[in-house]
Write a protein that binds this ligand. Structure first.
Ligand SMILES: *[C@@H]1O[C@H](CO)[C@@H](O)[C@H](O)[C@H]1NC(C)=O
Ligand SMILES: *[C@@H]1O[C@H](CO)[C@@H](O)[C@H](O)[C@H]1NC(C)=O
Length: 526
């Protein structure tokens, strides 16, 4: 259904223009891809398929996708009618989506002569034009615009940067009948000018006159000369460099007969200033290097057949590392207006929707990544928490052991408390009661204390027993958390029991003291 809608739209477009369309492929029917025939020259060409890609601005827009990684591709399709561009505008236009986030791969078309044998199509096949993006790494990037002239392939001598992002971009190469050209990407002109200025295939228009001779009086040197107005100062000492040492004296024991004539030794002349040189100035006569004047090159001839192409096939002859490139909206026409309309209805109208569609995918992708990141984080947090819990359990085991130790000490603590009570009692009694009374009270107190001690001892024994049981439980509990809980509970109970025992012991002491006080009161009355 959607294919027929797209077809109808394009048919309406085509009928409204005067120019001719030699080739147009929007891959809008399922069998459209079959028009691209794989070469038989090699048996390892990568597969192609129809695909919109993962995101698209126009759901009717299906393109030819490069489907296999690290493969050569050599496919060609026949033009609707052969195109000899002489005297006509020549426009080749198509879109490329480097959906895979290209690392290294071409996405250019070759326009091939009608004499091509599609079965033998390969990298050596003669072609008329090679045009489109080619990207390999961050430095090997350019939009090829190679034209064939008299059997030689010539690249444009400007580097046009291709679009390396993952959106669909439109490439247009337009050569006009006046031998000027435009190369556009996404409807924006990248380079324009005269074909002969950008493809150096014709002889130079101008050359240095080979018959010209350098004039005899041509001064091409020196560039600098002595300043004639600069004169050597009169007191300039430029020699000698050494003199007889004026400070030297003839030794007293010098014997002319024996030693010969005495001569002072030579020393550097302190007045010597070196060789005088005149100041340097620019030579006013200097004319620069002589070059022959330029003349029109008699060998130059404007060639009406420059950038005239004879095209019968369109070919995809590329290598790609990562697959995913989508070619689409291929057009070869002699009508730039038609190309513009076609470009608008197949590409320009869908730029914004495609950006929006990609954003949705990117958002989902980044959400997924964020969730994965969070899941990983939670996982490592859980792991950390578990490790912490294990460490805590170990601490708890140690704590339980410590509690047991403390509870085991409950007996002496109770005993100490009883001793303190007796100490106070001693002081009070000395002040208030008679020795007799005191002796009776002490006797009673001793009896009560003995009873309290006995009780405390009994309780302590119970605590010890409980502690021992608890220790055992704690040891078992260190293996399993559930057991540990029970152990903790047991420890808590044991502790409570110990506290209870201590309390009871204290109460017993207190009771003993109260009895003692009562006893004292009885004796007072007596
Ligand atoms: C290209 O070929 C044409 C036709 O053979 C010839 O006239 C012309 O001189 C050739 N151009 C160059 C630059 O060789
Ligand atoms: C294509 O769209 C552009 C931008 O809206 C517009 O300037 C141009 O005229 C359109 N081309 C044609 C042939 O309508």
């Amino acid at each position: 259904m959607r294919y027929s809608v797209a077809l109808a739209a394009l048919a309406a477009l085509a009928s409204s223009t005067l120019g001719r369309v030699y080739y147009e492929e929007t891959f809008s029917t399922p069998d459209s891809i079959d028009s691209f025939k794989a070469t038989q020259a090699r048996d390892d060409v990568g597969a192609i398929k129809l695909s919109r890609g993962k995101w698209y601005g126009n759901e009717n827009s299906v393109g030819l996708q490069i489907a296999e990684d690290a493969r050569f591709y050599a496919y060609s399709a026949k033009l609707k009618r052969p195109f000899n561009t002489k005297g006509k505008d020549f426009v080749v236009q198509f879109t490329v989506k480097y959906e895979q986030d290209i690392d290294c791969g071409g996405a250019y078309l070759k326009l091939l002569p009608p004499t091509l044998d599609p079965a033998k199509f390969d990298g050596d096949s003669e072609y008329e034009v090679m045009f489109g993006p080619d990207i390999c790494g961050s430095t090997n990037r350019r939009v090829h615009a190679i034209i064939n002239y008299n059997g030689t392939n010539e690249q444009i001598d400007k580097v046009i940067q291709p679009r390396g992002d993952q959106l669909t971009h439109q490439y247009t190469f337009w050569v006009k009948p006046d031998k000027t050209f435009e190369i556009r990407i996404d409807n924006k002109i990248q380079e324009e000018g005269k074909v002969e200025d950008f493809w150096k295939v014709l002889p130079e228009k101008q050359i240095p006159d080979p018959d010209a001779k350098k004039p005899e009086d041509w001064v091409d040197g020196p560039v600098m000369i002595d300043d004639a107005e600069d004169v050597k100062p009169e007191d300039w000492v430029d020699g000698p460099t050494t003199i007889a040492d004026p400070d030297a004296t003839r030794p007293e024991d010098w014997d002319d007969d024996m030693d010969g004539d005495w001569e002072a030794p030579m020393v550097a002349n302190p007045e010597y200033k070196g060789e005088w040189k005149a100041r340097q100035i620019k030579n006013p006569a200097y004319q620069g290097e002589w070059t022959a004047p330029m003349i029109d090159n008699p060998a130059y001839e404007e060639d009406e057949d420059l950038a005239v192409f004879n095209i019968g096939y369109v070919g995809i002859d590329i290598w790609t590392v990562k697959s995913g490139t989508i070619f689409n909206n291929l057009l070869i026409t002699d009508d730039i207006d038609y190309a513009s309309k076609f470009g608008n209805s197949t590409w320009a109208d869908f730029v914004e929707p495609e950006i929006a569609a990609k954003k949705v995918i990117d958002d989902i992708e980044s959400k997924k990544l964020e969730e994965e990141r969070k899941a990983k984080e939670a996982e490592s947090e859980a792991k950390e928490a578990e490790e912490k819990e294990n460490a805590k359990d170990a601490d708890a085991d140690a704590e339980v052991d410590a509690e047991i130790d403390i509870e085991a000490d409950a007996e002496p603590v109770a005993k100490d408390a009883a001793d303190d009570v007796f100490d106070e009692l001693d002081e009070d009694d000395e002040d208030k009661v008679a020795a007799e009374k005191k002796a009776a009270a002490e006797k009673l107190a001793a009896e009560e204390a003995a009873a309290a001690e006995k009780l405390a001892a009994e309780k302590a024994a119970a605590v010890k027993q409980a502690a021992a049981a608890e220790k055992l439980a704690a040891k078992k509990a260190s293996k399993k958390k559930a057991d540990k809980k029970a152990a903790k509970e047991a420890a808590r109970k044991a502790k409570l029991a110990a506290e209870e025992a201590a309390k009871k012991a204290a109460e017993a002491e207190k009771a003993a003291n109260e009895d003692d006080d009562e006893e004292s009161a009885v004796h007072d009355e007596l």
